[in-house]
Design a binder for this molecule. Sequence first.
Ligand SMILES: [Cu+2]
Length: 154
Amino acid sequence: MINMYKMSRVLKLCMLALTVLAFGSIILAACARPGSTSQAPAGGSPPAASGGNSGNSEASVSMNATNFTEKSVTVSKGSSLSLVNSSSVIHIISNGTWENGTTPKPGAEPGAPKVSNMTVATGQTEKVGPFTTAGTFQLLCTVHPGMNLTVIVK
Ligand SMILES: [Cu+2]
């Protein structure tokens, strides 16, 4: 009888400890979140964060590990386009497009700013342009099949 009583006390203590641990980690996780979203400030410059290019004439497009985060972007004539590599993978950008997502078709349209194997390293931003001619221009990443960007210049 005494042993049973002791056992149940030990069990209860264990349960209590587990509960405290569980709640503790939930609270920790909840607290850690707001901080972890703002890892960027370490570098110093807080550029157009999420709301991006509202009002600004300079357009920008982000790149994840395998693609541009947008299929197309509109750039005002005479301005440049920022390519933001927010992934941990290098991208190498050139004029051209992946046909059918599998075959790279290099080449710059008339009036396109020349882009030839422009490396955008991890966490870096590189500018393409200025785009001085109105029209539609294609950029591709030579590393990632299907990684195309259409630039519309107005
Ligand atoms: Cu790429």
